[in-house]
Write a protein of this length. Structure first.
Lengths: 111, 493
């Protein structure tokens, strides 16, 4: 979305944004789970932006965030949106298009 | 208003009629629950609360929508005459869009419903909101299954609104029009202030009402009040007898268009009199009404003739046969004839269009011919509200008026309209058929004239091509009003 991230996005294939409330356990768990999943499936090829809705309510409004944590996969397209702390790893992997890579394929490119 | 009423400050809503029945508006800096079934007008009420704030009081508002999208709301509200998009661009109206989002379908683990406070607070601070609406609570509960979490977040929203000194309207769905207020347990946070909207069917007739169940600290009117939702205008509550009991009664007398009748009234009707003319079909009620209008036109007054019974053409033809030139009066610009079948609209809508007509034409006299026809489209209660609302307005504006009403039988027994109207009107004129010696004659009697002496005798009248003529009192008979005529001295009791 923002132009400021261009350089990073250009380098990483996967781009995620996660909306959290910083001090909430579910938000902390979600962030850890998302990092773990990415490190496992697309190591080094993702970038992650954290938005704290209490500090940036305007961005929460634009994205119509009702619950935290909410994870949005921005790239590659299509966009995906998942809510929850991602403790259900398989569900999270499928929903974020990160499952096929995890099935033993080596370093497979996107799609 | 009593001094007690001022203890809890109220924020006038600006919704026509509502500030009257609530004695000043909604409790300021507090939330009020507006409950109703689907289609009862909750969203319109809530939106109008914001819109009136912007237009009439320069108060910005935030609309938190859990149900309809902002796009749909903009469109729907435009049809009521509210330029929401314009207000948004001026920074006076903001949406918090919490309408259903299908992207959120995928759930992977635990989550919290906890962004609403931040979003509402942000929107309210951005526009400097004085008023906030949450519409509707049912929608948010149906989407998030953890009701306890939703309740918790909503209670936080409500606390935040109070802290920001915001007056809020929260709508909540009910399953039945007469039932518990809501079923989500949110009521406890806003239990102090509850307004109920209903859209009920009585006697196969639809009727919208608003009832204030309770308002913290201050008094308010109790009971259900009829209202209409008017295109281009919004909600209009019919204010039953709420126009304060008048500063001063008028001392000006106006002619009823018939010298003898003026004499029976004790010298014409007071300017602010609502006269009620009752009689069976064909006896001359419309004729009397036409005389009343003619007298107005002659005095240079604008007159409105609202017919719910006869078409314009019928009316003009009949008046012509009595020597009354309504066409000429219309051409002079002093007479406006409006003819409508009662069935084209609800009672509430009729009330509102009459009011609009009065605003526009500014008549000094009004005739409604005839009230009984309206019984076909309204409930008893609705008709009573209509008459009370109308008479209050007419007295307030000091418009001399005359309503006609049909009796269902040719002699005797009153109709529904009569029993309602008689206590609400200032003067009652009865027209009756009288059968004596195998001849049907016509009788006129002035039953009451508020604030004036009047002729208590029952007089005979006749109708010819010059109109209505009142003659001598009947003598030697009794029972004319009850319909059981007796010749004196047969019945001496």
């Amino acid at each position: 979305m923002g132009e400021g991230q261009t350089s990073l996005i250009a380098m990483a294939t996967y781009s995620f944004r996660i909306y959290v409330v910083a001090n909430r356990p579910s938000s902390r768990v979600a962030l850890a789970n998302l990092r773990a999943l990415c490190d496992e499936v697309v190591p080094g090829d993702y970038e992650l932006e954290v938005v704290d809705v209490l500090h940036e309510p305007d961005r929460a409004e634009v994205a119509r965030i009702m619950v935290t944590p909410t994870v949005v996969k921005l790239a590659p397209l299509p966009r995906r949106r998942v809510i929850g702390d991602l403790s259900d790893r398989d569900e999270a992997a499928i929903a974020l298009d990160l499952s096929y890579v995890g099935q033993g394929t080596d370093q497979g490119g996107p799609q | 208003m009593s001094p007690l009423a001022d203890r809890v400050p109220k924020l006038p809503t600006g919704i026509p009629g509502f500030d009257r029945i609530s004695l000043g508006g909604l409790p300021a800096n507090r939330p009020t629950l507006v409950a109703g079934t689907t289609g009862s007008g909750k969203t319109v009420f809530a939106a109008e609360f914001l819109a009136r704030g912007i237009v009439q009081f320069g108060q910005a508002g935030v609309f938190v929508t859990f149900e309809e999208t902002p796009g749909d709301l903009r469109d729907n509200l435009a049809s009521l005459g509210f330029d929401v998009a314009g207000w948004e661009s001026e920074g006076r109206w903001a949406f918090v869009d919490a309408s259903h989002d299908y992207d959120e379908a995928v759930v992977a683990g635990a989550y919290e419903f906890n962004t609403l406070v931040a979003r509402v607070r942000h929107a309210a601070e951005t526009v400097g909101a004085v008023r906030v609406v949450l519409d509707s609570l049912a929608a948010v509960f149906s989407r998030f299954h953890d009701a306890a979490a939703v309740r918790l977040e909503l209670s936080r929203v409500i606390s935040a609104l109070k802290e920001m000194n915001i007056t809020a309207v929260l709508t909540v769905e009910r399953t039945h029009d007469y039932d518990a207020i809501g079923r989500f347990g949110v009521e406890e946070f806003v239990a102090d202030n509850v307004v109920i909207l209903r859209n009920v069917i009585e006697d196969e007739k639809r009727r919208r009402t608003v009832e204030i169940l309770k308002l913290r600290g201050g008094p308010h009117r109790s009971g259900e009040f009829s209202f209409a939702i008017v295109p281009g205008e919004g909600i209009s509550i019919i204010p039953i007898a709420l126009i304060s009991m008048r500063r001063q009664a008028s001392h000006e007398r106006v002619s009823l268009g018939n010298a003898e009748l003026d004499a029976m009234y004790g010298g014409g009707a007071y300017r602010d009199t609502v006269s009620f003319v009752s009689g069976p079909t064909g006896i001359g009620k419309t004729l009397l009404a036409c005389h009343f209008v003619a007298a107005g036109v002659e005095a240079g007054e604008r007159c409105l003739l609202q017919s719910f019974e006869e078409s314009r053409d019928q009316l003009l033809r009949n008046a012509g046969s009595w020597g009354l030139d309504l066409v000429g009066m219309e051409r002079s610009g002093l007479l406006r004839i409006s003819s409508e079948y009662p069935e084209v609209a609800s009672l509430e809508d009729h009330y509102v269009s009459l009011r609009q007509l009065m605003e526009e034409f500014q008549p000094r006299r009004i005739v409604i011919d005839n009230l009984s026809a309206l019984e076909r489209v309204g409930t008893k209660r609705g008709l009573r509200d209509f008459i009370v609302g109308l008479t209050s307005l007419l007295r307030h504006k000091e418009i001399a008026s005359l309503f006609t009403s049909s009796t269902t039988t040719l002699v005797g027994a009153p109709s529904v309209t009569e029993s309602h109207a008689s206590t609400l009107t200032d003067a009652i004129v009865l027209l009756r058929y009288v059968e004596t010696s195998a001849t049907v004659r016509r009788a006129i009697s002035v039953l009451k004239v508020r604030g004036s002496g009047h002729d208590r005798r029952i007089r005979e009248f006749r109708i010819d091509d010059l109109g209505l003529h009142i003659e001598e009192p009947f003598t030697a008979i009794s029972g004319i009003l009850s319909g059981s005529i007796a010749q004196w001295p047969t019945d001496a009791s």
